[in-house]
Design a protein around this ligand. Structure first.
Ligand code: 13P
Length: 273
């Protein structure tokens, strides 16, 4: 087990910066912003600006209608395409829905599953999240599974309980091999789009809790490999402090991923950590 996994939750440190042991993944979740033309312009600019970065996996997740244009814009670069949601069936009479197979055909390498906006605004249960995860894993893209507590849950001291519940529900009937393919994103609901970021310590503590739970259930090797991203008001000003935490393996960025300069700065703050 490496040093970072021996770190005790209350034992927060950063006097000495250690090299990351997992490579970072930084994803931009564009939510319902940017039509296919604007998306093409932004993605083309990002492709140029981030061309020198080879050590961080960079994923752009535009709306469904912009997937094709962003895919074309980033062709030939190391930037990766991701989607924001998926339906769990492969095809059928599901008006308005998009399947994992369709996303794969468009070149999506990642699919966000269980984002808190899906859970809260569209009433997605853990059961639905589980079905979507299974569909994505079956077809081939890699899921970015979001978990996170509300402000009320945090204030009631229920953060860890919520994490356990969401992970248990999402992972139901998945094999350890499948779970090993998942990227997790801890996104506290109270920090999304509010300008209130979790402090690096708050985020690190939850990430450590999640990793310990994974370790108990699936063993240290798998737990040590899992990428756990942080999301919630990540900005150029706070990205480095978050990313240098031992348990934070990247970021899922909303608002600040819509501006080329700010997303570039966030990605660059993860270089050489
Ligand atoms: P903001 O970065 O806008 O807070 O959004 C975070 C998010 O929901 C990313 O998925």
């Amino acid at each position: 087990m490496n040093e970072k996994n021996n770190q005790k939750s209350g034992n927060h440190q950063n006097s000495e910066v250690k090299k990351k042991t997992r490579s970072l993944l930084i994803a931009g979740n564009w939510k319902m912003y940017k039509d296919h033309k604007d998306a093409y312009v932004i993605a083309t600019a990002l492709k140029e600006k981030l061309a020198d970065i080879s050590t961080i996996r960079i994923v752009l997740c535009p709306p469904f209608t912009s997937l094709q244009s962003v895919g074309q814009a980033i062709e030939g670069s190391s930037l990766l395409l991701g989607a924001q949601d998926v339906h769990w069936e492969r095809e059928g009479a599901f008006t308005g829905e998009i399947s994992a197979q369709m996303l794969l055909a468009l070149g999506c390498k990642y699919v966000i599953v269980g984002h808190s906006e899906r859970r809260h605004l569209f009433h997605e249960s853990n059961k639905i999240v589980n079905l979507k995860l299974k569909a994505v894993l079956k077809e081939g893209p890699l899921p970015i599974l979001c978990v996170g507590e509300t402000l009320q849950e945090r204030e009631r001291g229920k953060t860890e309980e919520v994490m356990e519940d969401q992970l248990k529900g999402a992972f139901e009937d998945l094999t350890p091999e499948d779970i090993g393919k998942i990227v997790l994103a801890y996104e506290p609901v109270w920090a999304i789009g509010t300008g209130k970021t979790a402090t690096p310590k708050q985020a690190n503590d939850v990430h450590l809790f999640i990793r310990r739970k994974l370790e108990e259930k699936y063993g240290p090797e798998m737990a040590a490999k899992m990428n756990i991203l942080y999301g919630g008001s990540v900005k150029p000003e706070n990205a480095k402090d978050l990313l240098k935490e031992q348990e934070i393996d990247g970021a899922l960025v909303g608002g600040a991923s819509l501006e080329v300069d700010s997303f570039e700065k966030i990605v660059r703050s993860g270089v050489d950590l």
